[in-house]
Write a protein that binds this ligand. Structure first.
Ligand SMILES: NC(=O)c1ccc[n+]([C@@H]2O[C@H](COP(=O)([O-])OP(=O)(O)OC[C@H]3O[C@@H](n4cnc5c(N)ncnc54)[C@H](OP(=O)(O)O)[C@@H]3O)[C@@H](O)[C@H]2O)c1
Length: 256
């Protein structure tokens, strides 16, 4: 069990990559809390863990709100006495060219993808400093490393900001036992991507999926579990020398 005696909080843990990571972490022995705005999906993940004879707690929480982030970290401390791992995974995407992007969509993209990661980290780090131990993983994207002509400027900008937040936090706490890394996934089958295929394919999801498959050198898209294993890798104490890294998990896409 790679995470025995560790505690982990995962934002956006009711669906997609967050859910796969929560289930994997619970199997690996961690005490896991997931957050999100939708009780039904959070409860679904918790039930799935029960069926596997492991355990996931959940908390309805909106990471764009500071009070909710503070409460979520307080919940970790009240429940377990410590917070070892924060996986800042929750994210949103809106597809529109820059001049057609609604300002409220731009704001939501930054409030969730960037401010959410900052707020969760801000409230967890004081406890991590007390223990001289912590592991923060931010879920960035291949689109944090590369631009896109497909109408994802707000998303690209937010994930670029996540990468710079990752590098800066890694440097701030490198000598305090807190490691901060990011994963940069290519396209994985999740509800977010399902919605994106609908928009990009203008109703023809299969055509959109084929297009995305064709740009990944590996010739297929990822399952969320494959991304979850990369997050687990980053939380492994055996790689304690690794901080400030953007880890691409993208079927070779960033090598092009
Ligand atoms: N799938 C991919 O191909 C891919 C590629 C690169 C990066 N990523 C990144 O991976 C992360 C997870 O996405 P996913 O693909 O797994 O899609 P997903 O299933 O849609 O997951 C996104 C999660 O974020 C939560 N969320 C959104 N707004 C929130 C808020 N204000 N407060 C709390 N939770 C919120 C959602 O739950 P609620 O709606 O219930 O709040 C949902 O569980 C995102 O950061 C995404 O940018 C995904």
């Amino acid at each position: 069990m790679k995470l025995k005696d560790k505690t982990a909080i995962i934002t956006g843990g009711g669906t997609g990559i967050g859910r796969a990571t929560a289930l994997l972490f619970a199997r690996e022995g961690a005490s896991v809390v997931i957050t999100g705005r939708t009780e039904k999906t959070l409860a679904g993940a918790s039930d799935e863990a029960k069926r596997e004879n492991s355990k996931i707690d959940y908390l309805v929480s909106d990471i764009s709100k500071e009070e909710d982030c503070k409460d979520a970290i307080d919940y970790m401390i009240e429940s377990f006495g410590r917070v070892d791992i924060v996986f800042n995974n929750a994210g949103v995407i809106h597809q529109a060219k820059t001049h057609e992007t609604k300002t409220r969509d731009w704001d939501e993209t930054f409030d969730v993808n960037v401010k959410g990661a900052y707020l969760m980290s801000k409230h967890a780090i004081p406890y991590m400093l007390e223990n001289n131990y912590g592991c923060i993983v931010n879920n960035s994207s291949i689109l944090g490393l590369k631009g896109s002509s497909g109408g994802f400027a707000a998303y690209c900008a937010s994930k670029g900001a996540v990468n710079q937040l990752t590098r800066s936090m890694a440097l701030e706490y490198a000598d305090k036992g807190i490691r901060v890394n990011a994963i940069c996934p290519g396209t994985a089958y999740t509800p977010m991507v399902d919605g994106m295929f609908e928009v990009v394919g203008r109703g023809d999801k299969e055509a959109a999926e084929e297009l995305y498959r064709s740009v990944h050198p590996i010739g297929r898209l990822a399952q969320p579990e494959e991304i979850a294993h990369a997050v687990l890798f980053l939380c492994d104490d055996n790689i304690a020398f690794m901080t400030g890294t953007m880890l691409s998990v993208d079927g070779g896409l960033s090598a092009k």
